[in-house]
Design a protein around this ligand. Sequence first.
Ligand code: GLN
Length: 215
Amino acid sequence: MKIGVLAVQGNFREHGAMLRRLGADVVEVRKPEELEGLDGLVVPGGESTTFMRLMKLYGLDEAIRAFEAPILGTCAGMIVLDRDHLGLVDVEVDRNAYGRQVASFEADLSLAGESFPLRGVFIRAPRVRVTGEDVEVLAEHEGEPVLVRDGRVLVASFHPELTEDTRVHEMFLNAVQEAAKPPVRVSGPGEGVSGEPGGAPAHSRRRYGRVDVGA
Ligand code: GLN
């Protein structure tokens, strides 16, 4: 699996190290053409305003919008991918809404489908305020989403690359592996497809409280 890590700024090296530990080939991405042939992309933490500025400068914003494989965004990466920026994940977030640098913290998070908690490292993290109806919440902190999935895009407001726990990266690499498989033809029209009429359960759009932290 060939995974790109956006390397214009921020903590891309830690992501690269974790992905290599999990057996991926890692490519640092600084130019649009370096996205070619990748099976997945990581947008790391850093400073989202700097990311957006540098990405525009190099034409990486449009190139990432057009990138079709799975993406993992962490912290500033979540902001870059949200509704107000690249628009690849249907969430609205508030930057730095947990407070100033001193309000950075760690917390045990319960992860969907896992019995063992995940340690979340939050560093001037974005706070998810609104999730669109197709967004799945995979982990919460005090009732607010901190790890969510919108189709092929997985975003965390914390830094999974800064702990020894590899589960978020594994989740991403599993999605990469799934996406890379050739499509399986299960059945076609008139071949007796069974299942629930109406498809997926209806999700509702959720809004989370706004807390003024005076940051
Ligand atoms: N506060 C940063 C921003 O708003 C994100 C911090 C981080 O990625 N650790 O872009």
